[in-house]
Design a protein around this ligand. Structure first.
Ligand code: DX5
Ligand code: ZN
Length: 218
């Protein structure tokens, strides 16, 4: 079985104590810190900008996995790179030229991810897969934490696992939305190797974070 990484989404953290929350999930065994950036335009919610990413950067050495749900996205890539993002993930619908966006991220020395909404076909990765470091399969419609896992995405995860293995490149296959003990297992069985978990990580308060992360991983 391939090792599974856990990426707590700080969307479900206490926003009044974000630095402490990031340190707590780092100590609890998080592999990446997943940062959900929303603009009230591409998705119906507004969250975090580059200034907050920069303020969080000194609180952990773990990779910042920045999920941009903003449109247009190109004008903000450099600001998130400068703020300390390690992986920058975009949606193909967030700009006119997604190949150019991916090249822009890579030209800044960052890892590039592409995120597929539930209704976005798998073919969105065609001609791009070998340039990517991460593919994100959304198992909820983006915008909010705490939604239910959309099981119709499982064949997409399965086929992406096949394509990534066929390519033989170390591309993360990340699943985001509605991950809990049960859905973690089926996402991993379908081929996921990075699980984003907001609600499931932050439930129960800081004393529970390590146990929550451990139970998702197993
Ligand atoms: C949704 C975000 C997710 C979300 C996950 O738009 O991309 O990262 O915070 O939250 P849970 O784990 O609660 O479904
Ligand atoms: Zn996300």
């Amino acid at each position: 079985m391939r090792p599974v990484k856990i990426a707590p989404s700080i969307l479900s953290a206490d926003f009044a104590r974000l630095g402490e929350e990031v340190r707590a999930v780092d100590a609890a065994g998080a592999d990446y810190i997943h940062i959900d950036v929303m603009d009230g335009h591409f998705v119906p919610n507004i969250t975090i900008g580059p200034a907050v990413v920069k303020a969080l950067r000194p609180h952990t050495a773990k990779p910042f996995d920045v999920h941009l749900m903003i449109s247009p996205v190109d004008p903000y890539i450099a600001a998130f790179a400068d703020a300390g993002a390690d992986i920058i993930t975009v949606h193909p619908e967030a700009g006119a030229h997604v190949h150019r966006t991916i090249q822009l991220i890579k030209s800044l020395g960052k890892k590039a991810g592409l995120s597929l909404n539930p209704a976005t076909p798998l073919e969105a990765v065609d001609y791009l897969l070998e340039d990517l470091d991460l593919v994100l399969v959304m198992t909820v419609n983006p915008g909010f934490g705490g939604q239910s896992f959309i099981a119709s995405q499982l064949p997409k995860i399965h086929e992406l696992r096949r394509r990534i293995d066929a390519l033989g490149k170390p591309i993360d296959l990340q699943v985001d939305g509605g991950i809990n003990g049960d859905t973690a297992r089926i996402a991993i069985e379908a081929g996921a190797d990075v699980l984003v978990a907001g609600t499931a990580t932050f439930t129960g308060g800081p004393d529970r974070y390590a146990a929550n992360i451990r139970s998702l991983r197993s």
